[in-house]
Design a protein around this ligand. Sequence first.
Ligand code: BES
Ligand code: ZN
Length: 453
Amino acid sequence: MSDAIATYIDAHKARFVDELQEFLRFPSVSAQRSHDPDCLACAQWLQKHFADLGLDCTLEDQGGQPIVVARKKGKSDKRVVIYGHYDVQPEDPIDQWKTQPFEPVIKDEIIYARGATDDKGQLLAHVKAVEALLKTEGELPCEIIFMLEGEEESGGDALGRYVRGPGSELKPDAVVISDGDMYDETTPAITYGLRGIITFEVTVKGPGFDLHSGAYGGAVANPAMMLVQLLSQCATQDGHIKIPGFYDAVRPIPDWEAENIRSLNFDDQVILRDTQSPTLHGETEYNTLERLWARPTFEINGIYGGYQGQHSKTIIPSQATAKISVRLVPDQSPEQIRDLIFGYLRSISPDSVTLELEFTGGGPPVVYDVTTDTMQAAQAALKSGFDAEAKFIRTGGSIPVVSTFSDQWNCPVILMGLGLDSDGPHSPNEHFSLKNFYKGIKASVDLFRRMGS
Ligand code: BES
Ligand code: ZN
């Protein structure tokens, strides 16, 4: 990296952090309609930021939250699309936060706020890389197009519609994404696989209204009991999914990958420490990274129904609901798995209750070839930014639109996460390392240069 760029980045760090704080103050929670104005304001803040840097920026309307598209030509004809998301997960449970979720606080070079790592801090690193290039060299090494969506965290498909529609002719030479993990605090990583996902809600309805559980218990079905019974027929206690046909399309873990996983020497204690869980859990025939990266799961994200207040209330609730997410791996298809699960739940649900199933979103899994020139370029760029060799990892998380990039454009996708699972994405006290923010800016500059040449 030229000294001028590194000097620019070092000299402007403090302002970059001020800007990150401004960005984090928007409560851009895409799951809740009451936050629609905040999502819009956040997108407008990005638009102004890009315009001030000299990029052409529009807010694209594909229904749902606005998509921020910002572009500028470069010295070469090569084109890079940078993806990120400006929406965040709901902040609750608010009483578990030590500071306010939308009032960022910095302590020991770590910034605390909802969205700090997922994904505002990570995506801003690329924006600041573009700024550093423009301010020191006056031009970009390649054309850059930012595509930043506002409904990644709520399963929306607005960006997918844009990429399949008006954005389809913007096929780049590569898509670059920082919305994930490093290997550890000082070791960068290239993520070559994401799990897919489907999310849905199951509602079990029984009597027309809540009933006295003594007057009617034994005579009519209890929807909350029925809900847990139905769900317990979906997976065993160690997490193996019991739905017939569920594993039919699951690709076995190839030898090279099992070997790569072994060579990472992953220490299970890290998860015990980071999560404060009593023990690890899951299918016993797979090691932890295999379970996280290459095996599907069935999870309850929330479950409610009946009396939640103080002390007891003896009722049969009229209904109960669970919010479910199912993580998928190659070659499982979200649509097929949805149909399979919905069909199974309907087939085991008794006539004493009615079942309502609502699909709320999802996207397919992806795995990429790690041996390509683009992956080598990304590895070299990370080395230059972080002064450490990048490892190849997969992740258990999902970014639904990524498969649309691959399907639509058939181009390389570089996932270079700057965060850590222990940053607490989706958890209270989410945070992001500012040291890795600065290193990420440098790695991004280096990558754009390599892409331009
Ligand atoms: N940044 C995450 C995806 C991720 C998680 C990457 C962990 C690497 C490690 C992303 O913002 C996310 O949380 N996606 C959702 C998608 C869902 C709401 C459809 C997810 O994975 O739950
Ligand atoms: Zn997320």
